[in-house]
Write a protein that binds this ligand. Structure first.
Ligand SMILES: [Mn+2]
Length: 402
């Protein structure tokens, strides 16, 4: 470990943000890991050979670890309703700081983990998550935010919490001032890809449980259609695959679903309206907030549309989820514009999410908001105001009931 610590002090170049600002940090480290075709600089991790030629020029993981040398503990935070990418990233980085710096760490959970697959991931991989509201913050902790950025409105903890690092891949940027270490690469498909790159750079053995979490985190981010992934994701995927427990992965992917899942899908199908190339599904009672995303993942496969939106009521909020099958759509920005000052939104090129606090849970208040959102989506997608066509005609819904 002493050798490693010395390397951290000497082996790294300048801060990615000190240099030419016209060259964003994303291009500096992004995709620098190449797989197996450079014989002169091949390294082996867990029996897998990979080329580290370009990595050694500037190891982001060295710089990341160097700033933690005086810490007593590391606490990881992420976005609300942590997903596999955020949980895998926290787990992977906790392993990194534990192995290299012998630092204890805490992994937190902001809000609920409600999607069946995500709950299965936590249970089967025995991920110990501390509810973020129960965390006692001390200045001995270095706080690291993964898979999210400050002030994007996707956190329930104190927005002024001083952060040591932000490691993320989202398009929609937050406030990144006064953060010593930043590695944000919108051209990478998953934060888990960046974290795995750190582990590989440090030549740390990745245990099966952590490899499984990282691989699943990447899979959930880049496995959809259209794919939002870069070359680095594919390389890291290949490196992780032999290390992961494939049977556990299958169990997580196919987690058992509650009755409410099917009820919600039926509700969504019966209240889906088509406007040109857009389908909007309204769900008046979401069984859990993440099901809005599950509805749009399902609906975006409909061959007659390019955009799928779901607006679902969960407690006192309207949860919004957007998917598009079109490239270069900037869905995160679009949803931000649609939501405007009504609430918060963000996301990626083809996937986005947001939420709006309801003025009241009365049917009229919900319908009023639905109508406003419908208008805004049509405007921003340049679709002429028109009456929506029901996906399932009312007549058929009634016939099915009789
Ligand atoms: Mn992510």
């Amino acid at each position: 470990m002493a050798r490693r610590a010395a390397e951290i002090g000497t082996n790294c170049k300048s801060d990615s943000l000190d240099e030419d600002q016209s060259d964003p940090p994303i291009s500096k480290y992004g995709n620098s890991l190449s797989f197996g075709n450079d014989k002169n600089s091949t390294k082996e991790v867990d029996g897998i050979k990979y080329s580290v030629k370009s990595m050694e020029k500037s190891l982001s993981s060295d710089q990341f670890l160097r700033g933690l040398r005086d810490s007593e503990r590391v606490t990881f935070v992420s976005h609300i309703q942590p997903d596999p990418d955020s949980m895998g990233s926290m787990l992977g980085l906790a392993h990194l700081v534990q192995t290299v710096l012998k630092l204890p760490s805490r992994i937190t959970r902001d809000g609920l983990i409600s999607r069946a697959e995500n709950r299965a991931m936590v249970d089967l991989l025995e991920i110990d998550l501390i509810p973020v509201e129960e965390v006692a913050w001390t200045n001995r902790d270095s706080v690291i935010m993964v898979d999210s950025q400050p002030n994007t409105g996707r956190h329930s903890f104190n927005a002024d919490l001083p952060l040591y690092a932000v490691i993320d891949h989202h398009d929609t940027s937050g406030t990144l001032t006064n953060i010593p270490y930043i590695d944000v690469r919108a051209n990478v498909g998953a934060t888990c890809t960046i974290v795995t790159q750190y582990l590989m750079e440090q030549r740390i053995k990745i245990p099966e449980r952590i490899a499984t979490a990282l691989l699943y985190g990447i899979e959930t981010e880049i496995g959809g259609f259209p794919r939002e992934a870069g070359p680095l994701d594919d390389v890291i995927d290949q490196l992780l695959y032999p290390l992961a427990d494939k049977d556990l992965l299958a169990e997580i992917r196919n987690a058992r679903l509650p009755h409410s899942h099917f009820e919600c899908l039926l509700q969504a199908l019966q209240s889906s309206f088509i406007y040109d190339r857009l389908i909007i599904s309204w769900v008046n009672q979401l069984p859990q907030p993440e099901q809005a995303a599950e509805v749009v993942d399902f609906m975006v496969r409909f061959e007659q549309v390019d955009w799928a939106v779901c607006g679902g009521v969960y407690k006192d909020k309207m949860i919004l989820s957007v998917r598009t099958s079109l490239h270069n759509s900037r869905a995160g920005d679009l949803l931000q514009k649609v939501v405007g000052r009504l609430g918060k939104a963000g996301g990626h090129d083809r996937r986005a999410g947001g939420c709006i606090k309801l003025a009241s849970n009365s049917i009229s208040a919900i319908e009023e908001l639905q109508s406003e959102l419908r208008k805004r989506f049509l405007k921003h997608l340049r679709i002429e105001e028109c009456r929506g066509q029901r996906l399932v005609p009312l007549r058929e819904i009634l016939q099915n009931l009789s």
